[in-house]
Design a protein around this ligand. Structure first.
Ligand code: GTP
Ligand code: NA
Ligand code: MG
Length: 451
């Protein structure tokens, strides 16, 4: 048994500072050559405990059970597909999350979207109120802890920040969460910590790292136990074409070991299981090596969880984002297990109801789950664009019950040849790239019909 690093996803609205936060953490440690080596993964960065220790100093020594957790494994989520693909069977891929909010901008559609998904998966999270350096009158103290920097601000600036933090507290309260600025929290199990930071100047980042490590050590050690010799389990984030490699899948391995030549099973957008043999396992070259090399990736014979890797293998064309990744082995019927997992999402639906279409397995799972919580019946849930058959089936459903003549479509389009069919039918299409917004629009329509 081994304890792996907790997977921490960084979520938030566009431009609220996710990447800048991770850049700061990477930069400040890469610059310091004495600090332990940061590992660059695909879509992820692993920061070892030693390094966190050095950045945080006395903040960490206050924690009692240190050294149990090897480090923090951060996932940046650049876009929708990657964000909603952070799933595994029965829950979230991430053990912890950082919800980042621009303190001057407040909650935005994507912030609510992230919050809804964290709620649905019951993922523990902290809120980071970013860009405090933009508060009028703020005096920047590069790399300081929040507490140290805050203490040196003018009274009016302290008040301005407090007001903004309490706006976040108010918004979270409406969404069903109790929260407080982290240094005023009395019970970490029931209150969400809000940590004001500047991802640009580094103020408050010490507290972010210390808090994440503290929460992991306090609440997560059991779920972080893995078997280093077990066949790997992972999740596909994205499918990408790479020069010289062809199609590759970027994925996060959260359990076990993965080796070159392993046979793996993945899911396709047609709900079928695909098996293939790993040709190579790749990770980005460390930054300093990347500068004097034409290559972008380094090959590995094996990786142990947690790891973010690119896999080159034949036949990856139809793999869907959010797909499970499992190594075939003698003990388990992996293909059967993957099929069951898909059925949990797509086939366990109602006899009557609406139709749901989405771009990835993760987004489909999220919508189905959220609709079920609202008792909205789903007739069928599927990946891909809205097509002719969908419109015909929805027209039939509409004839039996008008409320069921609706299609919820997330991040997908309507097939070119089907636009006309749609226009000629009475089927209602609710389409967009913010899940909760589409669902709200649908509920609004239902309400209006009933009036
Ligand atoms: P997407 O990946 O596009 O969703 O955005 P993101 O959340 O990764 O935001 P990103 O880190 O790219 O930051 C967006 C802009 O905000 C950049 O110009 C950053 O330099 C700026 N920014 C981020 N954090 C801070 C901060 O703490 N203070 C200031 N002043 N600017 C910041
Ligand atoms: Na950005
Ligand atoms: Mg970014």
């Amino acid at each position: 048994m081994k304890i792996r690093s907790p997977i921490v996803s960084v979520l938030g609205h566009v431009d609220h500072g996710k990447t800048t936060l991770l850049d700061y953490i990477r930069g400040s440690t890469i610059a310091d050559k004495e600090a332990g080596g940061i590992t660059q993964h695909i879509g992820a960065t692993e920061i070892p405990n030693d390094t966190i220790d050095e950045i945080c100093g006395s903040f960490i020594s206050a924690l009692t059970i240190k050294d149990l957790i090897p480090g923090l494994f951060f996932i940046d989520t650049p876009g929708h597909a990657a964000f909603t693909s952070l799933r595994k069977r029965g829950g979230a891929l991430a053990d912890l999350a950082v919800l980042i909010v621009d303190v001057n901008d407040g909650f935005k559609p994507q912030t609510f979207e992230a919050l809804n998904i964290l709620k649905m998966y019951k993922t523990p999270f902290i809120v980071v109120a970013n860009k405090i350096d933009m508060i009028f009158g703020w005096e920047t103290h590069e790399g300081f802890s929040f507490k140290e920097s805050f203490n040196q601000q003018a009274q009016s600036v302290k008040q301005a920040l407090d007001t903004k933090v309490y706006e976040i507290v108010g918004t979270l309260h409406k969404e069903g969460f109790q929260s407080e600025r982290f240094d005023r929290i009395s019970d970490f199990a029931s209150q969400i910590s809000i940590i004001p930071i500047s991802a640009r100047s580094g103020e408050g980042i010490i507290e972010v790292l210390a808090m994440l490590l503290g929460l992991a050590q306090e609440y997560l050690t059991e779920q972080l136990e893995i078997n280093e010799d077990a066949p790997a389990k992972g999740t596909v984030l994205e499918i990408k074409e790479e020069t010289g490699l062809g199609l590759t899948v970027d994925s996060i391995i959260y359990d076990g070991v993965l080796r070159t030549n392993d046979e793996i099973a993945l899911m396709t957008s047609n709900n079928e299981v695909l098996t293939t043999k790993i040709r190579s396992i790749l990770r980005p070259l460390p930054l300093e090596e990347m500068r004097d090399s034409k290559k972008k990736f380094k090959k590995f014979d094996e990786v142990v969880a947690a790891a973010g890797i690119k896999i080159a293998a034949p036949n990856l064309d139809d793999v869907v984002s959010g797909s499970p990744l499992r190594v075939l082995n003698d003990e388990e019927d992996v293909e059967e297990e993957i099929l069951k997992e898909i059925e949990d999402i797509t086939i366990n639906t109602d006899d009557e109801g609406i139709l749901v279409k989405a771009d990835t397995l993760g987004s489909l799972e999220a919508i189905v789950q959220l609709l079920k919580e609202l008792d909205i019946p789903i007739r069928e849930a599927d990946i891909g664009d809205v097509n002719r058959r969908d419109i015909i089936n929805s027209s039939i459903a509409l004839n039996e019950n008008e409320a069921h003549g609706a299609i919820i479509a997330f991040n997908v389009g309507v097939h070119q040849n089907s636009e006309e069919d749609l226009n000629n039918s009475d089927v209602m299409l609710f389409k967009g790239d913010v899940i909760y917004q589409i669902i709200e629009d649908y509920e609004e329509w239902i309400k209006q019909r009933e009036e």
